[in-house]
Design a protein around this ligand. Structure first.
Ligand code: G1P
Length: 277
């Protein structure tokens, strides 16, 4: 079964400058918790305990976050502040964390290929931490996808309907509906203009990938924006075999944009943080 979850986390986060000048964008807090911690919690909930993170320059804070902060922890030991670290401590106790660096920023496909050394020859999940996904009603998005993988045993991308004018922000799929919430992918285009988009079904940052994807990425030429796109490698996989697109249950916030980040903050404050107090 799937045990590993890959987090491509080498990107610069330029849309959040100056906040991201010296701090990784994955460490931006939504209320009081860094974005990447939400992602790791979602992975653990889905039973994925081997966390693989593709980092880059200036990302050391991510490694420090998933480690003991010895001096601080000694300081708050036995006080009511200990409570604040409980969540991250239980992730550190339950998961292993391994890291590799992407030296050049050559796109999401390239970042995933860089993670090959941490994944090896097995199916794995991918989480883009700046897509914050929350399903207060039930299973998290990765858990929903893992359940589907058990049934179909092929690569799966999470999708949601977006306004047609927004297609240029996403990978967009088209396919044959095989269940009300599942499509078998026939075509897939990275960031098409609305007039070129095959549908309004946009890929969001949750993937389950079978390991043959690595060779397919390695054979993929730079595409949109001159970058090696995972969407293009998945399109080849869809042509040769099967890729599913899954309309997940829950909310997704684009925390790579200021507006989405503010929406996520308000939502988490009202629905998660206040409830936990
Ligand atoms: C990436 C993918 C794109 C996907 C998006 C989801 O784009 O390339 O296919 O729709 O994530 O957030 P990015 O937002 O990193 O430019």
């Amino acid at each position: 079964m799937i045990k590993k979850c890959l987090f491509p986390a080498a990107g610069y986060g330029t849309r959040f400058l100056p906040a991201t000048k010296a701090m990784p964008k994955e460490m931006l807090p939504v209320v009081n918790k860094p974005l990447i911690q939400y992602g790791v919690e979602e992975a653990l909930e889905a039973g994925l305990k081997e966390i693989a993170i593709v980092t880059g320059r200036n990302k050391r804070a991510i490694e420090d976050h998933f480690d003991i902060s010895y001096e601080m922890e000694q300081q708050i030991l036995g006080t009511d502040k200990e409570e604040y670290l409980k969540g991250v401590r239980s992730l550190i106790d339950s998961c292993t964390f391994s890291y590799t660096r992407q030296i050049q920023m050559k796109g999401l496909g390239h970042a995933i290929l860089t993670g090959r050394t941490l994944i090896g020859d097995e199916a794995f999940a991918v989480v883009l931490a700046d897509d914050l996904c929350i399903n207060p009603e039930g299973d998290g998005v990765l858990q929903q996808m893992i359940k589907l993988y058990k049934q179909f045993r092929c690569s799966i991308v999470a999708i949601q309907e977006v306004p047609k004018e927004d297609t240029a922000k996403y990978g967009v799929i088209a396919g044959e509906m095989i269940r009300e919430d599942i499509y078998r992918v026939h075509s897939m285009v990275e960031k098409p203009k609305p007039e070129d988009a095959p549908s309004n079904l946009a890929i969001i940052g949750r993937y389950i990938l079978t390991p043959d994807i690595f060779d397919l990425i390695a054979q993929t030429e730079p595409g949109k924006g001159g970058e090696i796109q995972i969407t293009d490698a998945l399109m080849k996989q869809a042509q040769d075999g099967c890729v599913l697109a899954y309309k997940f249950k829950g909310q997704r916030f684009d925390c790579g944009s200021v507006e989405g980040y503010i929406d996520a903050t308000n939502f988490c404050y009202e629905n998660l943080y206040k409830e936990g107090q």
